[in-house]
Design a protein around this ligand. Structure first.
Ligand SMILES: *Cc1c(COP(=O)(O)O)cnc(C)c1O
Length: 408
């Protein structure tokens, strides 16, 4: 596609005005919003206002005067429509890893006779690590069993306590069918725990309609909450009564300020709160979520697929050196496209030096996220052109692109 044609598509695009709601550096094509979302306008001011006026002036009175204490619920109410559920099923705070721990422990306690946590080998390592650590800690014979992503459905049997999956594979972008697998798991009496790290904010998630049991997700990827933003967890309403948090912190107590010596869980998902809510992070996330105001998630998904299709087509015609991960049927994928190359790390470094930011996932995957609120058709064509240049001119062979940084 010619750049002029891409520019025309950008002008007639339904999200043309959304891009202006983000602060993006000049000359950068940002294809890493799946790893750290861009900065929405208004977040800086919201955080500044919190720090200077609320914290700076109200001091401890801010908890009541500015309603900090209910900020997790406020954020939950903005997340709920994106996740296809109600605010009272979502608890906001802690990291995704910690939320995996809490929800997995809660799910296992609902299936005490079963010992298998079923997941797939494509799952994000932290989810697997948390399951391993929790099993050890429980010392009740729990076992994490992983199978290839395509073998999950047939591995579901009556030994499974919890089916724990990430809906969108972080490397390949492949989607697990949430409704189907949930139904299959529940048919044999297992519970489901879905990680929505690469789903929330990328497309409409349907937790209630899929009858999911538990879920967790990330605030700093498609939701643009900033580095280390608070994460969230979801518990289906039918599990609220029996819900047991393994981390019985005072903020999950029914009456934190009664300072009782005995732990009494708060109602519903509020008991998943552990310590004091992270108000700085929640303030940024709360403001960031406002960019979803008025966004039609079906349209968002349509544009994401159009951008992914365009990128694949452009890269495949320009760059025979790289191999598409997965297939061209993008409706079976999330909002990212991955290509394989044995020197993927160096190629991504060279691309970044040329102003196209993607990322690399070991062992050989170059990953490009498409966030339709601030990425357009022209960006997409430019990114493919730059990749072509990096490969044809072998710009990636410079020695400084070979050394891996701490964070990849
Ligand atoms: C990004 C990601 C996480 C991140 O976990 P943190 O605790 O925020 O570091 C967890 N799970 C998946 C599937 C992810 O993609």
């Amino acid at each position: 596609m010619k750049l002029a044609e891409a520019r025309d598509l950008d002008q007639s695009d339904a999200f043309a005005t959304k891009r202006a709601q983000f602060k993006l550096p000049e000359g950068v094509v940002y294809l890493d919003g799946n790893s750290l979302g861009a900065l929405p306008r208004g977040v800086e001011e919201a955080v500044q206002q919190l720090v200077t006026n609320q914290w700076g002036k109200s001091l401890i009175r801010g908890w009541n005067e500015h309603d900090w204490i209910d900020l997790p619920e406020k954020v939950a109410s903005k997340l709920a429509p994106l996740l296809g559920t109600k605010a009272h099923c979502i608890s906001c705070g802690d990291s995704t890893s910690l939320n995996v721990f809490k929800t997995l422990a809660a799910a296992l306690s609902l299936r005490p006779a079963r010992k298998i946590i079923l997941s797939d080998t494509g799952n994000f390592p932290t989810d697997l690590y948390m399951a391993q650590g929790l099993s050890q800690l429980l010392a009740q014979g729990h076992e994490l069993k992983t199978v290839a992503p395509e073998d999950v459905a047939e591995a579901i049997d009556e030994s499974v306590a919890v089916l724990m999956l990430t809906q969108v594979d972080y490397r390949s972008g492949k989607l697990h069918p949430m409704a189907e697998l949930t139904q299959k798991a529940q048919a044999v009496g297992a519970l489901t725990l879905w990680d929505l790290a690469h789903s929330a904010g990328a497309f409409q998630v349907e937790l209630d309609a899929c009858n999911a049991d538990f879920a967790v997700g990330c605030g700093y990827k498609y939701l643009n909450g900033g580095p280390g933003a608070p994460a969230f967890c979801y518990v289906a309403e039918r599990h609220h009564k029996a819900l047991a948090s393994p981390l019985s912190g005072w903020m999950g107590h029914a009456a934190p300020f009664a300072f009782d010596h005995e732990y009494q869980p708060a109602e519903g998902v509020r008991r998943l709160r552990v310590g004091t809510p992270p108000i700085l992070g929640l303030t940024a996330l709360n403001r960031a979520l406002d960019v979803y105001d008025g966004v039609d998630m079906q349209e968002l998904r349509k544009k994401a697929l159009a951008l992914c299709d365009l990128f694949i087509e452009e890269v495949q015609t320009r760059c025979p050196q790289v191999e598409l991960v997965g297939s061209k049927n993008r409706s079976a994928y999330g909002s990212q496209v991955s290509f394989r190359h044995e020197s993927g790390y160096a190629i991504v470094q060279a691309l970044i030096a040329e102003g196209v930011i993607g990322d690399f996932r070991a062992p050989n995957v170059m990953r490009f996220g498409f966030t339709p609120l601030y990425i357009g058709y022209e960006d997409t064509v430019k990114a493919a052109q730059t990749l072509q240049q990096v490969l044809e001119e072998e710009l990636w062979r410079q020695p400084e692109y070979m050394t891996k940084a701490k964070v990849t």
